[in-house]
Design a protein around this ligand. Structure first.
Ligand code: COA
Length: 161
């Protein structure tokens, strides 16, 4: 069976933690759609286009990964696109309750939809995009937190804002 899965998120910006989940999903499934949420209530620092560009660069060695964006409900987007599986990372127990709620709500909205969780690798359990933004904007080194190929672009943007 040819299986396409979706890895959704804000990716503001992409981190090594996201890349770990995307890479492992790309080994497990035929195709991985990485879906960038457009209308985030979080008011993203990076525009949708910038987040897509960074993800394209970070995943360019993974031929079965495609970057897309979506607005509105994830469950509806999956229904429209014929996708039946969401893949998300779980970094710590604290992620679990929220992710569990989202998985159940998504299944209520679209009963065909399953959510699969991959445990984040040990180096990413503490990592988040807002931590990257904060460290970088205060002059800290984010070299261990973001993919090397997009490091300079992320730093340039965060130094401007
Ligand atoms: N490694 C590192 N960081 C990770 C990570 C990983 N594996 N997984 C998540 N994170 C971080 C993100 O960087 C982000 O950090 P920040 O809050 O500091 O910016 C944080 O965890 C939350 O991730 P984010 O991608 O912003 O959101 P989410 O996981 O909560 O969900 C969507 C994002 C797009 C899946 C969700 O908002 C959605 O489905 N929205 C569409 C509307 C909808 O359908 N709503 C109903 C849902 S039931």
């Amino acid at each position: 069976m040819n299986q396409t899965v979706i890895c959704p998120g804000s990716f503001d910006p992409v981190t090594l933690g996201h890349l770990d989940i995307i890479t492992r999903a790309s080994r497990m499934f035929d195709k991985v759609l990485v879906a960038v949420l457009v209308n985030s209530s979080k008011r993203p620092t990076f525009s949708t286009e910038e987040r897509i560009e960074l993800l394209r660069e970070a995943t360019k060695e993974l031929p079965n990964v495609e970057i897309v964006s979506f607005e509105g409900l994830l469950a509806e987007y999956c229904k429209k696109s014929g996708i039946g599986t969401i893949v998300k990372g779980l970094r710590a127990v604290s992620d679990f309750e929220y992710e569990f709620q989202m998985a159940i709500a998504n299944k209520k909205l679209n009963p065909q939809l399953e959510t699969i969780f991959l445990t984040a690798d040990a180096d990413s359990t503490f990592l988040s995009s807002s931590m990257v933004r904060e460290i970088c904007s205060m002059g800290g080194d984010i070299g261990n937190f973001v993919p090397a190929c997009v490091h300079d672009r992320i730093v340039r943007k965060l130094c401007q804002s």
